[in-house]
Design a protein around this ligand. Structure first.
Ligand SMILES: Cc1cc2nc3c(=O)[nH]c(=O)nc-3n(C[C@H](O)[C@H](O)[C@H](O)COP(=O)(O)OP(=O)(O)OC[C@H]3O[C@@H](n4cnc5c(N)ncnc54)[C@H](O)[C@@H]3O)c2cc1C
Length: 416
């Protein structure tokens, strides 16, 4: 049996940055990265944006950091079982042994549930999904997008930009209204309608007949050339967690692997990216995060911690880092960019600050503490907001233009 010092499962941003950081930190070789994806590592965010507006062909955008040359990559290889007790995985029928393991299996799109088996419904997660979607878009003059999350809104805008007649159907009263509030929903709605997207809000799809007939609960029916379901993604780690022997089963929460502040889920095993539920020390609680930049950062942390672990699974002198980033991402809807940073597990109050050509939305919890910020053409508030969230500032402080205290110089202990 082939045994490696580090095995990484998944070639998304979390897996690639984990392998790169491990190598960079001098972790012992050999390192093997096994991925179910057939393609070399690529960026997902362009798939609902530029690549969908202009393709085909959809060209893969390589992930930065690149995978180091001495990391062996096995693409098109799914890990079907994890045996934690014997420290092995089964991949394409082969047993692979590992001393350290990083799980970075991300998420898979949820298929639209109420549809004929042979209904033609696209989902968007992989480069291959993107190739199929853009090829279909090229042949189509109309599209229905189901769902008003960021991927649904971005894809609707991109399809409309390439000349398709697009209808976006959502049970929400406005795009992203439930998650981000009325001001953001109204803004996104106006960007989409400016691009010619027809919004059917407060309406649910009851069934999709094969090949492409969409029934809505207001009694109407749509018959587009193309259907895209953007109704969410499901973490892809639970199968691995449950496959172990009794006593060697990893703890999961809603399909994610539960990790400590070092992103460690068991001795010598870490998780990063969309499949992780890690303990964020700045938030003081476990968080679920599904953002590109955070997957990169979590992967880097997991990789560095794995490199600072000896063969017995103990921390070496280099020490383990902790996860304390405020999660955040950008969304491009047509020509407009929204920037959002938040713990991401809800809010009780919303406060909108308008400015010429843009706005800032502050989100606070029941104790008036800022838990999120969303900006449009207000980058100063986005940067300031991230720091304020990390420091637990109040909404009043955020509104007054306050800045978070500068970090104490190294070696100096901050007062209080
Ligand atoms: C269309 C689209 C647009 C997006 N736009 C943005 C954006 O603008 N900004 C943003 O912050 N985020 C965006 N995201 C989200 C972002 O892409 C994800 O948060 C990020 O990819 C998560 O990284 P990950 O490494 O955890 O998982 P993934 O990128 O999902 O990678 C998981 C990897 O694991 C592999 N894998 C899974 N199971 C197994 C197994 N059993 N065996 C072997 N390999 C396996 C998969 O093949 C894949 O290689 C977007 C996502 C999509 C789909």
């Amino acid at each position: 049996m082939h045994t490696v010092e580090l095995l990484v499962i998944g070639s998304g941003p979390a897996g690639v940055s984990a392998a790169a950081a491990y190598a960079d930190a001098g972790g012992p070789p050999p390192v093997l990265l096994v991925s179910a994806d057939d393609d070399l590592p690529y960026m997902r965010p362009p798939l609902s944006k530029g690549a969908l507006t202009s393709g085909p062909p959809v060209e893969p955008t390589p992930v930065d950091p690149a995978l180091p040359d001495d990391v062996e990559l096995r693409s098109g290889t799914r890990v079907s079982a994890l045996d934690l007790e014997n420290r092995t995985v089964t991949a394409a029928g082969e047993q692979i042994g590992f001393r350290r393991l990083i799980v970075a299996t991300g998420a898979t799109p949820v298929p639209f549930p109420d549809a004929d088996d042979d209904a033609e419904i696209h989902v968007l997660r992989t480069l291959d999904c993107g190739r199929r979607l853009t090829a279909a878009a090229k042949r189509s003059s109309s599209a229905v997008v189901i769902g008003s999350g960021f991927i649904g809104c971005e894809a609707a805008a991109s399809l409309a930009s390439r000349g398709l007649e697009v209808t976006l159907v959502t049970p929400e009263e406005g795009p992203q209204r439930t998650r981000l509030g009325e001001r953001v929903a109204t803004q996104i709605a106006s960007w989409l309608t400016d691009l010619g997207v027809e919004l059917r809000t407060g309406v649910s799809v009851t069934h999709v007949d094969a090949p492409r007939t969409v029934h809505l609960d207001d009694g109407t029916t749509l018959a587009p050339d193309l259907i895209l379901a953007a109704v969410g993604a499901r973490p892809a780690a639970a199968d691995l967690a449950e496959g172990g022997a009794p006593g060697a089963v990893l703890q999961t929460y809603e399909g994610r692997l539960v990790a400590d502040e070092h992103l460690q889920v068991a001795p010598g095993v870490w998780v990063a990216g969309d499949s992780a539920r890690g303990l964020n020390v700045a938030a003081g609680r476990p968080l679920d995060v599904e953002h590109w930049g955070d997957a990169l950062a979590m992967g880097e942390l997991a990789g560095r911690n794995a490199a600072a672990t000896d063969a017995a699974g103990a921390e070496t002198g280099d020490g383990w880092g902790v996860w304390d980033d405020v999660p955040g991402f950008f969304s491009e809807i047509g020509a407009h960019t929204l920037k959002y940073a938040a713990w991401g597990d809800g809010h009780e109050a919303i406060d909108v600050v308008e400015r010429a050509g843009g706005f800032t939305v502050w989100y606070a919890d029941a104790a008036d503490v800022v838990v999120g910020v969303l900006t449009y053409n207000a980058d100063d508030d986005y940067e300031r907001g991230r720091d304020l969230i990390a420091h637990g500032a109040t909404l009043t402080e955020a509104r007054s233009g306050a800045r978070a205290p500068a970090p104490a110089p190294e070696g100096e202990v901050p007062e209080g």
